[in-house]
Design a protein around this ligand. Structure first.
Ligand code: HPA
Ligand code: ZN
Length: 319
């Protein structure tokens, strides 16, 4: 997209390209269970969210040092800038690295160093969203949040990701209460594979300001009415939805219907290295598949900036 826009749903670990995974493996002497880059790329054929998560977590084994985390973050920011992104609020999964024996300090140092120089180097302002793995217990999320707060790393807010079904938002009520008390912004993945009731819970129990994905809201008219009335942004990821089989193909994607119903929709890339494209690729492919008009594209770009957690002055600069 050439229009200035914000990316609000992006997992940093989902930006590791197959070539980068091989380069990091060599740098860190990690043995990969793939013959070569083509062999790895052939495995990017997912049947659902879990089949993707299995590969996504396995490939994190190549991330070892602060430099690795910084390089991954910088590569994303450079690519995003080339696609018109002027502001990025990015997710990081610290628990996935803690569980592999990587120190929290290492992860945060690498990522936050790269984010801090982004506006100068790439013209992209940034914010860090700490995502908690919803298939792990809430006490572990709370402990991790407390440790991150104690380290003093600048963070913008928190989110909830990983395997959705069977892990409703309400499980994390205490984590969100704590984050809010600390002045952090609150978002959560809901309604990707999970039912509309998970979106209600994210709104009512976690009191989120945005819903990540949220496409299954269309199964519940009362929920759509509420999302429209309260102007809750939905960070939709069309190529992700196709690759994880949330929708059969892009032509069947509900994005245009969501816009027409007045939902505050934004387009994002989720895990661009795994799902076939960055934000501009998502917008381009969706615009072609759904015949989006120039006015639709302008609305999507403006929505992304309005839905960000930027202050009014910077929003006005970007609009
Ligand atoms: N959904 C849930 N968890 C995730 C995703 C996603 O799209 N990407 C990375 N973790
Ligand atoms: Zn996501």
């Amino acid at each position: 997209m050439t229009l200035p826009c914000a990316e609000l749903h992006l997992h940093l670990e989902g930006t590791l390209e197959p070539e980068t995974i091989f380069a990091l493996a060599e740098r860190n002497r990690v043995t990969l269970p793939y013959a070569d880059v083509a062999d790895l790329a052939r495995r990017y054929d997912f049947t659902d969210l879990q089949s993707f998560l299995d590969l996504y977590y396995a490939n994190m084994a190549t991330l070892r040092t602060a430099e690795d985390f910084a390089d991954m973050t910088t590569a994303y920011l450079a690519r995003a800038a080339a696609g018109g992104v002027r502001h990025a609020e990015v997710f990081l999964d610290p628990q996935a690295h803690l569980d592999r024996g990587i120190a929290l300090e290492t992860v945060l140092e690498g990522v936050s160093t790269a984010l801090a120089s982004s506006e100068r180097e790439h013209g992209v302002s940034t914010g860090l969203l700490i995502a908690f793995l919803r298939d792990l217990d809430a006490e572990y999320a709370l402990r991790t949040l407390d440790r991150i707060l104690a380290l003093g790393t600048p963070i913008l807010g928190i989110g909830l990701d990983s395997a959705e079904v069977g892990h409703p938002p309400s499980k994390f009520a205490a984590v969100y209460d704590r984050a809010r008390a600390e002045g952090l912004h609150c978002v959560a993945h809901a309604g990707e594979e999970g039912p509309p009731s998970y979106i209600w819970e994210a709104l009512d129990v976690l009191r989120v300001e945005r819903v990540d994905h949220g496409v299954r809201c269309l199964e519940d008219d009362r929920l759509v009415d509420r999302l429209v009335a309260e102007r809750i942004p939905l960070t939709v990821c069309p190529l992700s939805n196709v690759r994880l089989r949330v929708v059969p193909d892009l032509a069947a994607h509900p994005l245009r219907e969501m816009l027409r119903r007045g939902l505050h929709v934004t387009v994002n890339s989720d895990d661009p290295a795994y799902f076939g494209g960055y934000l501009d690729d998502n917008v381009g492919a969706t615009a072609r598949a759904l015949d989006l008009t120039p006015a639709d594209l302008r609305e999507l770009a403006e929505n992304s900036i309005e839905a960000s957690f930027l202050d009014r002055t910077r929003k006005n600069d970007l609009l």
